[in-house]
Ligand binder design. Structure first.
Ligand code: PNS
Length: 182
């Protein structure tokens, strides 16, 4: 997917120095779910390079370290040659600019996601108008999955198979139930 040498955003002509189309799929990924994986698979077809970036969300206290989340993500994206994993501390738009990304990819599961996503997208546009946010509807089979609920289900002894990749399920059980059993 090639882009023209220059493109217009509102009245601004933005020079395009990218050789290929780079997209950033940011998130906390604490841990990755099958919903995220579905987004990664579909998103990987819309860009030459899709960078899955772990960033800090001040609203969330992570269960897994950035290193652990990176490992889990690397294991499950192995089948997608144009997908890479990275982590960044700071503003998402600064990271996207550093990577010369054309757009930020975000998933919307339900109407309840919309308000927060809209606010983030508009704030990011205000910070760096040249970086667009592109939304994809999550796959209908995954629209009810969240990392937070998966962790709660494991804590309460429920079954999360099919909601997260098997390697992630094993890690979650070790972290949540293993610690409690000792
Ligand atoms: O998976 P999440 O927790 O919904 O992802 C949210 C995330 C990490 C993408 C968001 O909190 C973020 O962009 N954090 C980086 C800091 C930043 O840029 N904050 C300003 C957002 S308008």
């Amino acid at each position: 997917m090639r882009l023209p040498g220059r493109f217009r955003y509102n009245q601004m002509v933005v020079p395009d120095r990218r050789a290929s189309l780079v997209a950033i799929y940011p998130g906390s990924f604490d841990p990755i779910t099958n919903g995220h994986l579905d987004m990664i698979e579909r998103g990987s077809r819309l860009a030459d390079r899709l960078i899955v970036a772990i960033l800090g969300n001040p609203r969330k206290q992570p269960l897994f370290s950035v290193g652990e989340r990176t490992e889990m993500l690397r294991e499950v994206v192995a089948p997608y040659p144009n997908v890479e994993i990275d982590a960044f501390r700071g503003l998402l738009v600064d990271y996207a600019a550093q990577k010369r990304a054309t757009y930020i990819l975000r998933g919307i599961r339900a109407i309840s996601d919309y308000e927060y996503e809209l606010q983030m997208a508009l704030m990011n546009r205000r910070l760096r108008p040249e970086i667009e946010t592109v939304f994809m509807m999550s796959g209908e089979a995954y629209s009810f999955i969240s990392s937070m609920m998966v962790k709660e289900i494991i804590r309460l002894g429920g079954d999360v198979s099919g909601l997260v990749p098997p390697t992630v399920e094993a890690r979650l059980k070790r972290r949540i139930l293993g610690e409690r059993a000792q």
